[in-house]
Structure formats: structure tokens, C-alpha cells
Design a protein. Structure first.
Ligand code: FMN
Ligand code: SF4
Ligand code: SF4
Ligand code: SF4
Ligand code: FES
Lengths: 900, 434
């Protein structure tokens, strides 16, 4: 992608005259943008650099010389032409701009004192600079009923609307869901949703952010703060692994608002509503603020010392009883990179167990993820073909949907989708091929085998298109899990098959939870050490700097749970690291059996949930925006987190908990600050080599740095004085000011170096182990016979689920719809059922009653349920979800439907 | 000068009760122009129209032949007939649609042949219920007769015509708003440049938009030759034109007059035409070309009905509607009513028109009801100036389409000529006419 902020290629340049100066611009550049780069700010309302111009507000009029003399032209709408003569400051221009501003104000309510936008309002700001100082309007203003809801999250004050159409254009052009549009004409024009089609877009918050006045407000922010009281820092959203750059704003140590920042390679200014509004969970008054220890069956508040002693004792006992492998660590995908390293160092280097897994059985094999050649988002968007071998990207990594959609709609990207059912990308895909749950690898095999005929039921043209497109030179595979009720090795095998057949293909993994990629990169998976290093390859090297390294490969989350659920568990303790297996592991019965065992449980977390109920020791951790450090997104892009809040009560940053626990276990991680941890990571791993704090701290690296540097195809210093939408986010404080070295609550001298251990050489590049070279071969399990009375169960992920971020954010929680079993209408007919009826769903080992709904987007004989969303229509109203049905011991869960 | 000497071109048939039927049409040389055209080359047909110097009758007065020659070469192109006629006091297309629909169809098909377009759309004002019915049945007759559709008169030329009723917005008469509306979108005008329909029209393809009356002239031109048409009128104003006469005259109505050969006075006063003002009344002002046009006054009565002549005098023939105001007309009320119309019909897309029109309307209403202030007159003019900088004619504009700069016409005309009338409202505290 061309950098929009600099003139690079001279072939692309042209010169024009701006207020008498000669100025260089790109071909095709809008006059308003070229002028801005040249230091001339032309006022504007409707123009947004990330959307097509419409030229409606008329604020940006300037004089352009033409055959019939100078005339007023909207500078946002016209391309700069060679030798164009532009005047932005003549009396005519000034009068026109003043006139437009006056016109905008005559009917404007000017209720700035009670308007959320007051203080950061482009209309206020530009009124200061343009327009007459006094109002000449003495008539009655246009009146509308004050704010009306246009969605569950967004309120509209029609009196304040200036009809710039930024919101409606965003909905249509960027989100692809024209759920709001203008109704009425002339003076009656207003933004409105459709009567039968509510404004449910996952991206609705962006309309609020880009509204240049206070017409659109979001319910979680309304009246919570005045902009001048807000403190803000740039950071990264860690709700999902896309890693949108955001401005985090707070007032009085409470989060108030998140705004998308225009990081060109990542989110380009946009966010999803979950990322934007889930901050409410951080403010939740029910947060864990004190360490707890179970005494006589109940949890009791204790001091950190006592809690850590209790935790250490439990872990030590497990290690004594069962050896180092008797301790397991589940979770870590919500930690910062620094905390992930600290916990890996504690588990693998101090305790000596390799049974550490940041994933919860709903991802992909770690070695596959870290071993496949990685793509960036830009590479995917600009590829010839993206193969989607994943769940619905809009549900799992929402802003990736926006980027891919733009690639298809406005670029030349072709999408080939392989999925068990329709997704939000199906309509955008050049070819969308269905596979029965469990048979993804088989479909990939047939697709890659040019001699194989078109499978039954597939359109030959579409199949041929798919085959042709995947043979394009630049192919990126977006790889995730199409369904959580099928064995993860099926997707792994399919991915490996593609990697082998298409050696140039690169991969963009879609795994649940914000920093899952950072956790895996820092060794939070069995068989791995920090830096995408195989345990065997790195044992010697890390053994030099750590107390020890695990003797052999440990257990994944699912293997740990299976061991605990077995009659004679070989594990005695589990640390649940910001992870809730009851919510996220696809097989609920397995989780329950596992924790019915007498295993000692340490829960590190932020909220009271199922883990706290079961834990022996509960350690309160800092939540998002309460910690500094770095995070790693799906691309391997490392970006800095800005700490905005002080953690509540006695909650600690996760890395501190690891460091202190190590002391209680009789060792010392020798990690004394976030900055020091990052230095150690940079000095020890092959992946992070060269990505020093100084590099990450460069202002130009604010959009993050893709690791490893050797593979970085993007410039380190992309972010120049680029044209952000000046209508939002004035003056965000950078993470440089509140960055890596923030040490809230840390007592020791953070400048002291390593203690009791040899100093790590400054640049030991030659000695570092290499990154994973060989991915183990995955073989898709054979699916047993599925008779024609059975349905394969597909477990999808849904953005609005019952996870903690949603449940503790009141505005979002209200949006979660109870789950109903999606069934193809033909199958429903066969069963004599219609929408809302109840059905009994039977597996080989269990059965449950729930409500059904027709879904023509599914193939017949496939039924679908979302993960972690409570089922509708369960007779006694008890809380169940799809994980209660899934059996992970079979390759794909098969169900029978019966009328109850 | 009397009307008897005037050749009738577009309104030749309208006095027959059954002028809208195929029978009457065929009995009065109907579809002969089309047959003749199909025997010519498309280029030759276009040449005749060019030679006729047929000026557009929709408002802008741009020569149809020139417009046709500007169409971007493209495999798919369209012809759109603008029958949205919704301006107050403009009703000449209305007459043609209801009383001579076949003439429109024939003109359109000839134009389509000359332009070799792929499809014809006729966009009709939604309120023309009878017109829609007659046009639609004429179209059915024309299909049955073989004048439209596949292989017209066995010439090998095929074309389809689709009639599309508007939904009640005046702005959809503006050609780019019309195209948006035809595409099924809100009737928001497009920004010109670059969206000139001949280059980027409906569905992004080159499109010629012509007015109903413009194309109704085409069968006659083909039958009689462009030169015969050009021989009527004078200078660049050739042929005849329909004038919709309205306001305070004895015989309002639609009159077809040869261009330039008659004056406004003829139109208004000739006993066979307007028949003069009501007894005892004096002419105060008249609008020469629809409510967008700057006003004329008694000294303009002898101006010929020709495009250049009217342009040179600082107004336009525009939509061919002439509105007469006599000494009983309240000019404040007149300009308020016109401004209110534009305010209600503004599409609302761009700020100066959406907001400016409403502000102007409110000020004018306030003056009319006797609550005006002296400074309101300068305020009106300055607000007009912010819509149409310099208040020049032809106008500059801060808006997207020319609906915006149409708003000031009546206001500046009324204030500049009748400032005293405004002041009388202000000092009296009421309208002197009520
Ligand atoms: C606000 C507005 C309304 C218009 N309404 C009409 C109309 O009702 N009928 C029409 O033929 N032209 C109308 N026009 C002019 C058209 O934009 C266009 O110039 C005309 O249809 C071209 O046809 P012609 O070249 O045959 O005159 C209108 C223009 C404006 C700005
Ligand atoms: S609501 Fe806001 S963004 Fe939408 S049109 Fe009105 S002012 Fe523009
Ligand atoms: S797409 Fe992901 S990273 Fe972006 S705002 Fe949403 S949850 Fe956060
Ligand atoms: S000038 Fe008026 S009618 Fe024309 S685009 Fe602007 S608002 Fe719409
Ligand atoms: S018209 Fe250019 S910014 Fe609105």
C-alpha cells in the first residue's frame, strides 16, 4: 500500500499552485489532502480521509481557476490537477466558508453546555476560526424530539445533526451494512434506521466517533465526562487478536471511552463495538481486588504474602507428589507479552513443567501457528487471493472483516471461502465452498488435486473458480477454526496441506483472545520456549539463563483436563491464568470432571467467575488498560500498551504475580520492571532480536513492529504526520510517555540489573537458537459413519457471547441474544418444526432440549450453535450452552434431533 | 402579430379530444418521422437535429444536437426523457404528456436511433396520474404497432422504453438527481463536474437527458428537415416554443409561439393569447422563465421571446413559464411563496441550500406578516449572496446543484425593484395588500 502521507514515487507526482506557492501532490490526491500536507488546513465537516468524498457540507470551498475564471469548488471532492491554481484565502473563499458555517449554526441548538461533544467538537472549533462572531438568526430554530435511540448503543439528537452523512456512509461503504440512512427531504432530512431492520452493526460505535457534532452519542459514554477532563493514552485493544490501535480515555481513574486510531496497517481508525465498549468491565465494582484463600470451604480475604505462600505451598506439594509435570498452567492469552514471558519463565524455568498452554482447546496446535509463514493484514488485503479457512471473521476478529471487505470491494482481492456454513464473508467471496464439519481437510485435498472432479452438490464453475484463484501468485490463508466441535488437527492438517502445495502462501491465524499470539511467541505452549523456539532446540540456551528447562514435552490444556478427569490423575495443581475453562473450553463435561478431582487450583484473574468458585487461591490481577507493556497481534505485530488506570485495590500486574510467586517458591525471576522484561526477551529470543524498547518507542513505530525484524516487509516507521481524521482524537498522549517502563506498585529499584545470574550478552545473535524449523505432521482423524438420521454439530464463535468482557459491560450484555439451534429449513420441515419450537438434541453421551430456528445459510444435515452463549428454550431455564453437548474425544460431534 | 401565422409543431394535435390515441396520431402523420429516420443513417438523423439548432426546453437551453455529440463513446449508453416538470406555474410538458404521448415516444425513439443508445427511460412526474396512464397506454399501442421494441418497422433497430414515475420531489427534475432516483436512490443531485450525464450517467454509463418538449420537436424536424426548423425563429433561437402563461392574466394557458417573432407583450396581451391583464390593473412585474428566473418589469415587455434576448436582459427563458404580477400582487408574498417552495423542495444535501432557503423563507414570512426589520433587507441579500456569491446572472454557487442559486432570483429581483414595498410592510406592521 502506498503511504498516503508522503510523496515518494516521482512518476506519481504533480505540481500545482496553492496560494501562490508551488506545491507537489500525488496524482489522484484530493485537493484538501494535498493542501493539508502542504500545511494549509481547509475547514471541513463531511470529508473523511478513509471514505469516498461526497462534497455536501460545502465548508471546504476554495477558489480554483478554470476556463471561465476562478470558481468555488469543494476541495474534498476534486483531484489535484497539474498546474491547477488554487486560492484558499481570498475574500470570496472566506465569505463562502463563513456563510456555510453561519448556515450550519442557524438551526443548530447550540446546547454545547449539555452536549457530550462540547470541548472536542469540530463545529465549535471551526466556529472559532470561521463564520461571523454573532448570530444574525432571530427566527425559531428547527425542533426535533431530543435524543432518540437509533440502536441499543447509539442515540441520535436530530437537532444537532449537520447532515454530513459520515455516519450513513460509514455504515454503507465501510461496514457494508446500510442499516442507517437519511429519510425526509430538505429541512426534514434526518438519519434513521429502517423500521424492519434495526441498527445492529458490530461497528456502530464508529459512527459516533466520526460524527462531527454531538448528534450521535453512545450510551456507555453519554454524560459520563467532559472532554477536557479526560486523560488519554494511545494503546492497543486486546479484546481480540487483531490489535486495533486505540485511544484509551479515562476520568477519575475510571475508563470512559475508547476511540479508534488510524493505524494504517491495522485498523485504519475503526474499531468494533465489543472492543469499544467492553471497557465497562474494567470499571465493574465487582472486580477482584484482594487475594483470597479457601479456608473451611469458603474464600477468605488475605494478604498477598499469605496468598502467595498458600499458592506456593500447593504448587510445591504437587511438584513433590508428581514431579514438575504435576503442575499445569492453563491460560495466558490475555496477558501482556512481558507477563507471558514472566509466567513462562516461572512455569518452565522455575517449576520445570512444560504443561503450559495459553489456548483452551478452541485454537490450533501451537507449533503449527508459530511455524507457518506469517502474513500481515496488508498482505492479505492486497493479495490476489485470500483463502478463508476459519470461522466467521466478523464474529472473531471484526475489524479484519472491514479490511478484507475493503480489499474485495475497493481493491482487487478475491476471496475463496471454505466453511461449513454461510458467514459474513460469503457474499463477498468469489467462491464459497461448503464442507461438512470434520471434512475441511478432505475438501482442501480435493481442491488441490487438479484431477479430482467437482464434489457432489458443488457448482462446477464455482469450484473451478476456487481452484483457479488459489493458484494465484500471492495467496494468504486466514486460518482459524470453522467449528469448535471438530478436532483441531483437521484444520491443522488442511493448513499443512495448503502450505505444502502452495509454497508461497502465507498465513494469518485467527485464534481467540487478545494476546494469544504473544503468549505462544513467548513459550506458553507445550514444546515451545520463548521466541517460537522448539523445546529441544532451545533447552541448552535457555538453560543458561533460567534455573532449568522442562525435561520433556508437557500437556496441552485438553491433555491436562483429560489427565485430571482420569481415575488416577498425574497432576496435582493447575494455575488458571486469566482463563475460564468453564466458559471457553469446548467440552464442558470434561472440564467438570477434571475439576471434580482434588487438584489444587490457583486462579489469577480480574473477575469472580467459575474459576474463583473452584479455586484454592485467588490472586487479583490488573486488567486491560491497567498495565503497561506490549502485545502481539495476529500478524506478529508488537505494539505498546499504554497504562491508563491504576489497578483497583490490591490487584497486581500479572508479571509481578509471577515474579513474587517465584520468590515464594524459593527462586528469583530477576525480572524487575516491564522494561527489564522486554530487554530480556529481546536479548534472549531469536524472534524478538533487534526489537528493543528503543525501537518500539520510536514515534514512527506507534503502529507496532512485526516480528521477526528479519522478515519485516513493512517499514518500521510508517506513521508520519499522517492525516488522521482531525474530527476525532485530538492530542492523544503517546505510549512513549506511559509506556514500557511504567512501574506502578513496584517497590524495588527498577534500574538495578539482573541479580545472581550471569549477564546476558548484549547481542548474542549467533548463539540464539533458531526458530521452529519443522512443524510436526498433523493427520486428520478418520470420521466414523454418520447415518442419514444424524446431524453434524457446528460450534461457531459469536462476537456477542456470555464471556466476562460482555457480561460485565452492561451496554454490551444487553445485546447478547440467547442461542437457538440453527437448522436448515428443509431439515426443520422434515422434523415438522418451526422457528421457536423446542427440539431434543441427543449425542452419544448426553441429550438436551433447546429452541430451534431456521437458517438457510447452513447445509442440510448440519446444525449450528454459538460457543459460550446460553441456550434458549431449555425447559427448566437452567444455563447451558453448546459446550455441554460437545464431546472432544470424537473428531466431530454428531447429534440426533427429536421432537421432545 | 396574431397566432394564426404561427406554425404549430409540438401542439399541433392537442386540440383533438383523442389526441393521445394511436389512431389520431397515425391520422396526423404520426410515426412517419420515425419511419423516415430509420431509413437514414443515425449520423444523418443527428445532423438534422444539429442543423435545427434545437435548444433544450428543460431549462438550461443547451442545443440538443451539441449535447448528443458530447456523449462519451461506450458500448452501453442511455437516453432519459425528463418529464418531471414540477416547478410552480410550469405546465407545458404536462400538456404534451397527457395530450400527445405518442409524439414523445416517437421523438424518443428517433433520438435513441440517432444516438444508438441501449435503452430509453421516461421519468415522469409522479403526480401526473392521467399522464402516466396515457403515456403507458400509448406505449403499449406503440409496442403493438411495432414502433417500439424488437426490430422496429423491420428496420433491424430495436429499443425498449421504460416509464418510471417519480415520487414527488421537484429536485428529481434536475438531471443528475433524476438519474439517482431512477437508480432507486435518494434524489440527491451529483456534483458536476465530473458527473456530467453525457460522460457518467445512469449506472455510470453515458446518458443523454432531454426534456419532453425538446424531444417532441424531433419527429417534425425529421419530417420537415432541420433547415425548416432553423428557418423559424431567429439567430440561435429556432423553431417554436411552448409558453405556459400564468398569474394575473385573463387567459392563462399553454401557447406555442415561434421563437423571437413575438414579444412578452404579445404573449401577455394579445387577445388570442393571454388576453391582457384584468380591467384596471397595471403590470407590476413578470417572471420570464419559471420561478428560478430573475424577474422582468414593464420595460421588458417588448423584449422578443428569444433565448439570447432574454439572457442579455439578465434573466432566462428557462422552463418556459411566464408568470404575471399586477399592481395587486404583493411582491413580498410572491417571493416568500417562491422561496418557501425552494425550501420545501431542497433535497437537503448541501448546507447553503438546505439551511439558507429555510432562513430566507422565515425572514420573508416575518416581513410579510408585519414583523420585519429594516436590517432584514440587507440580511436577505447577504444570505442570498452566501448561496450565490456576487448575486450575478448567470449565477455563481456555493451549492451542489442550481436549485440553490435559483433561490435568490425572486428575492433580489423583488428587493432591488420594490424595496419600498418591503419597507411598507415593515413600517405598517402588516401587508398593505390585506
Ligand atoms: C432544480 C431543477 C429542476 C429541474 N426540473 C426539470 C424538469 O422538471 N424538467 C426538465 O426537463 N428539466 C428540468 N431541469 C433541467 C434538467 O436538469 C436538464 O437540464 C434538462 O432535463 C435537460 O433537457 P434539455 O436539454 O432537453 O432541456 C431542472 C433543473 C434543476 C436544477
Ligand atoms: S448524525 Fe452526525 S455523522 Fe450522521 S449525518 Fe448527522 S452530523 Fe453527520
Ligand atoms: S476488532 Fe478486535 S482489536 Fe479491534 S476493536 Fe474489535 S476486539 Fe478490539
Ligand atoms: S443545491 Fe439544494 S437541491 Fe441542489 S444539491 Fe444542494 S441542497 Fe440539494
Ligand atoms: S464539502 Fe468538502 S468537506 Fe464537506
Amino acid at each position: 500500500m502506498s503511504d498516503p502521507t508522503s510523496v515518494g514515487d516521482t512518476a506519481d507526482e504533480l505540481t500545482f499552485s496553492l496560494d501562490g506557492r508551488s506545491v507537489v501532490a500525488h496524482k489522484g490526491e484530493k485537493l484538501i489532502a494535498a493542501a493539508e500536507r502542504a500545511g494549509v488546513f481547509i475547514p471541513r465537516f463531511c470529508y473523511h480521509p478513509r471514505m469516498k468524498p461526497v462534497g455536501v457540507c460545502r465548508m471546504c470551498l476554495v477558489e480554483v481557476d478554470g476556463p471561465r475564471g476562478p470558481s468555488l469548488m469543494p476541495s474534498c471532492f476534486i483531484d489535484v490537477q497539474p498546474d491547477m491554481v488554487v486560492v484558499t484565502e481570498s475574500d470570496t473563499v472566506k465569505k463562502a466558508q463563513d456563510g456555510v458555517l453561519e448556515f450550519l449554526l442557524i438551526n443548530h441548538p447550540l446546547d454545547c453546555p449539555v452536549c457530550d461533544k462540547g470541548g472536542e467538537c469540530p463545529l465549535q472549533d471551526q466556529t472559532l476560526a470561521y463564520g461571523p462572531g454573532e448570530s444574525r438568526f432571530i427566527e425559531e430554530k428547527r425542533h426535533f424530539e431530543k435524543p432518540i435511540p437509533i440502536s441499543e448503543l447509539v442515540m441520535l439528537d436530530r437537532e444537532r445533526c449537520i447532515q454530513c452523512s459520515r455516519c450513513t456512509r460509514f455504515a454503507d461503504e465501510v461496514a457494508g451494512e446500510a442499516q442507517i440512512d437519511f429519510v425526509g427531504r430538505g429541512p426534514h432530512i434526518e438519519v434513521a434506521p429502517f423500521p424492519e431492520l434495526p441498527f445492529t452493526s458490530y461497528f456502530s460505535g464508529n459512527t459516533v466517533q466520526i460524527c462531527p457534532v454531538g448528534a450521535l452519542t453512545a450510551t456507555p459514554y453519554r454524560f459520563t465526562a467532559r472532554p477536557w477532563d479526560l486523560d488519554q493514552v494511545e494503546s492497543t485493544c486486546t479484546t481480540c487478536s487483531l490489535g486495533c490501535r486505540v485511544a484509551v480515555q479515562s476520568s477519575s481513574n475510571r475508563l470512559t471511552r475508547m476511540l479508534g486510531i488510524d493505524a494504517d496497517p491495522v485498523n485504519q481508525g475503526w474499531m468494533c463495538d465489543k472492543g469499544r465498549f467492553a471497557f465497562e468491565a474494567v470499571n465493574d465494582p465487582g472486580r477482584l481486588t484482594r487475594p483470597l484463600v479457601r479456608k473451611n470451604g469458603g474464600l477468605v480475604e488475605v494478604s498477598w504474602y499469605e496468598a502467595l505462600e498458600a499458592a506456593a505451598a500447593g504448587l510445591r506439594k504437587a511438584r513433590t507428589d508428581h514431579g514438575p509435570a504435576g503442575v499445569g498452567v492453563i491460560g495466558g492469552a490475555r496477558l501482556t507479552n512481558e507477563a507471558a514471558y514472566a509466567w513462562t519463565k516461572l512455569a518452565k524455568g522455575v517449576i520445570g513443567t512444560d504443561s503450559v498452554d495459553a489456548q483452551l482447546g478452541d485454537g490450533l496446535p501451537a507449533e503449527l501457528v508459530v511455524g507457518l509463514p506469517r502474513a500481515t493484514i496488508d498482505e492479505a488485503v492486497n493479495a490476489d487471493t485470500v483463502i478463508l479457512l476459519t470461522g466467521d471473521v466478523r464474529e472473531e476478529v471484526p475489524v479484519l472483516f472491514l479490511r478484507l471487505r475493503a480489499g474485495v470491494r475497493y481493491g482487487s482481492l478475491n476471496v475463496v471461502e471454505l466453511s461449513p456454513g454461510d458467514t459474513s464473508m460469503t457474499g463477498l467471496a468469489a467462491a464459497s465452498l461448503r464442507y461438512a464439519p470434520g471434512e475441511a481437510d478432505e475438501l482442501v485435498r480435493i481442491l488441490l488435486d487438479v484431477k479430482a472432479p467437482t464434489p457432489n452438490g458443488m457448482h462446477p464453475d464455482e469450484f473451478a473458480d476456487a481452484r483457479r484463484l488459489i493458484g494465484s501468485p500471492r495467496v494468504v490463508v486466514v486460518l482459524g477454526r470453522g467449528s469448535r466441535s471438530e478436532d483441531e488437527t483437521i484444520m491443522a492438517a488442511a493448513a499443512q496441506r495448503i502450505a505444502a502445495a502452495l509454497p508461497g502462501a502465507t498465513f494469518l491465524p485467527v485464534l481467540p483472545r487478545g494476546n494469544v499470539m504473544g503468549a505462544l511467541d513467548l513459550g506458553m505452549a507445550p514444546g515451545l520456549l520463548p521466541g517460537r523456539v522448539a523445546l529441544d532446540d532451545g533447552a541448552e540456551w535457555f538453560g543458561r539463563w533460567w534455573d532449568q528447562v522442562p525435561a520433556g514435552r508437557g500437556r496441552t490444556t485438553m491433555e491436562q483436563l483429560a489427565d485430571l478427569a482420569s481415575p488416577e490423575p498425574s497432576m496435582g495443581a493447575v494455575v488458571l491464568l486469566g482463563a475460564d475453562p468453564w466458559a471457553d473450553v469446548p467440552d464442558r463435561r470434561l472440564v467438570e470432571r477434571a475439576f471434580d478431582s482434588p487438584v489444587f487450583v490457583v486462579a489469577v484473574g480480574t473477575q469472580i467467575d467459575s474459576t474463583t468458585e473452584r479455586a484454592d487461591v485467588v490472586l487479583p490481577a490488573a486488567s486491560v488498560h491497567e498495565r503497561s507493556g506490549t502485545t502481539t497481534n495476529m500478524e506478529g505485530r508488537i505494539s505498546r500498551l499504554g497504562q491508563k488506570l491504576v489497578p483497583p485495590g490490591q490487584a497486581w500486574a500479572d508479571w509481578m504475580i509471577a515474579a513474587e510467586l517465584a520468590v515464594h517458591l524459593g527462586s528469583d525471576l530477576a525480572l524487575e520492571s516491564v522494561g527489564a522484561i522486554w530487554d530480556e526477551i529481546e536479548r534472549l529470543t531469536p524472534l524478538h532480536s533487534g526489537i528493543t524498547s528503543a525501537v518500539l518507542g520510536q514515534p514512527g513505530a506507534a503502529d507496532g513492529v512485526v516480528a521477526p525484524l528479519s522478515a519485516a516487509k513493512v517499514s518500521l516507521f510508517r506513521r508520519r504526520g499522517r492525516q488522521m481524521d482531525p474530527v476525532a482524537i485530538p492530542g492523544v498522549e503517546s505510549t512513549n510517555r506511559q509506556g514500557l517502563d511504567f512501574r506502578a506498585g513496584w517497590a524495588e529499584d527498577p534500574t538495578s540489573g539482573w541479580t545472581g545470574r550471569p549477564a546476558v550478552p548484549v547481542n548474542p545473535t549467533e548463539e540464539r537458537p533458531s526458530m521452529l524449523r519443522k512443524i510436526p505432521a498433523y493427520v486428520a482423524p478418520v470420521i466414523g459413519r454418520v447415518d442419514s438420521y444424524s446431524h453434524r454439530l457446528m460450534a461457531t464463535r459469536c462476537l456477542y457471547d456470555n464471556g466476562a468482557a460482555m457480561a460485565k459491560s452492561p451496554a454490551l450484555d444487553a445485546l447478547v441474544e440467547p442461542a437457538t439451534l440453527a437448522v436448515h429449513p428443509h431439515d426443520l420441515d422434515d422434523l415438522g418444526l418451526s422457528a421457536g419450537d423446542r427440539v431434543r438434541v441427543k449425542t452419544a453421551s448426553t441429550s438436551m432440549v433447546m429452541a430451534v430456528r431456521p437458517d438457510p445459510g447452513l447445509p442440510t444435515r448440519v446444525v449450528a450453535l454459538p460457543m459460550n452463549v446460553m441456550l434458549d428454550g431449555v425447559p427448566d431455564g437452567s444455563r447451558h450452552d453448546v459446550a455441554d453437548l460437545i464431546d472432544v474425544t470424537v473428531p466431530v460431534t454428531v447429534v440426533r434431533l427429536e421432537t421432545p | 402579430m396574431t397566432t394564426m401565422a404561427v406554425p404549430r409543431i409540438v401542439s399541433a394535435r392537442v386540440h383533438h379530444d383523442d389526441s393521445h390515441t394511436l389512431d389520431r396520431y397515425l391520422a396526423t402523420r404520426g410515426y412517419e418521422g420515425l419511419k423516415k429516420a430509420l431509413a437514414m443513417t443515425p449520423e444523418a438523423v443527428a445532423r438534422e437535429v444539429d442543423e435545427a439548432n434545437l435548444l433544450g426546453r428543460g431549462g438550461a437551453g443547451f442545443p440538443a444536437g451539441r449535447k448528443w455529440s458530447m456523449m462519451r463513446k461506450n458500448p452501453t449508453t442511455y437516453l432519459v426523457i425528463n418529464g418531471d416538470e414540477s416547478e410552480p406555474a410550469t405546465f407545458k410538458d404536462h400538456l404534451l404528456v397527457e395530450n400527445d404521448p405518442h409524439q414523445i415516444i416517437e421523438g424518443a425513439v428517433i433520438a435513441a436511433y440517432a444516438l444508438q443508445v441501449s435503452q430509453i427511460f421516461i421519468y415522469l412526474r409522479g403526480e401526473f396520474a392521467l399522464g402516466l396512464e396515457r403515456l403507458q397506454s400509448a406505449l403499449n399501442e406503440a409496442y403493438a404497432y411495432g414502433a417500439v421494441g424488437h426490430d422496429i418497422f423491420s428496420s433491424g433497430f430495436s429499443i425498449d422504453v421504460v416509464v418510471h414515475p417519480g415520487a414527488g420531489a421537484y429536485v428529481c427534475g434536475e438531471e443528475t438527481a433524476l438519474l439517482e432516483s431512477l437508480e432507486g436512490k435518494r434524489g440527491f443531485p451529483r456534483i458536476k463536474p465530473p458527473n456530467f450525464p453525457a460522460a457518467v450517467g445512469i449506472y455510470g454509463e453515458p446518458t443523454i437527458v432531454n426534456n419532453v418538449e425538446t424531444l417532441s420537436n424531433v419527429p417534425w424536424i425529421i419530417l420537415n428537415g432541420g433547415a425548416a426548423f432553423a428557418a423559424l425563429g431567429e439567430g440561435s433561437s429556432t423553431g417554436t416554443r411552448l409558453f405556459a402563461l400564468a398569474g394575473r392574466v385573463r387567459n392563462p394557458g399553454v401557447y406555442e409561439l415561434e421563437m423571437v417573432k413575438n414579444t412578452f407583450s404579445d404573449l401577455i396581451n394579445d387577445p388570442a393569447l393571454g388576453g391582457g391583464l384584468f380591467p384596471g390593473r397595471e403590470l407590476k412585474a413578470f417572471i420570464p422563465g419559471g420561478v428560478s428566473a430573475p424577474w422582468f418589469f414593464p420595460e421588458h415587455l417588448d423584449l422578443p421571446l428569444g433565448q439570447e434576448q432574454v439572457d442579455a436582459a439578465g434573466s432566462m427563458l428557462g422552463s418556459g413559464s411566464v408568470v404575471v404580477m399586477d399592481d395587486q400582487t404583493c411582491v413580498v408574498r410572491a417571493s416568500w411563496r417562491i422561496t418557501r417552495f425552494f425550501h420545501r423542495e431542497s433535497c437537503g444535501q448541501c448546507t447553503p441550500c438546505r439551511e439558507g432557503s429555510g432562513w430566507l423563507e422565515k425572514i420573508l414570512e416575518r416581513i410579510e406578516i408585519g414583523q420585519g426589520r429594516r436590517e432584514d433587507l440587507d440580511l436577505l441579500l447577504d444570505a442570498c449572496d452566501n448561496i450565490s456569491p456576487g448575486l450575478t446572472w448567470p449565477p455563481q454557487q456555493t451549492t451542489i446543484c442550481v436549485l440553490g442559486p435559483s433561490i435568490p432570483s425572486s428575492i433580489t429581483s423583488a428587493i432591488s425593484r420594490f424595496r419600498d414595498d418591503f419597507l411598507a410592510h415593515i413600517t405598517l406592521g402588516r401587508c398593505p395588500h390585506v
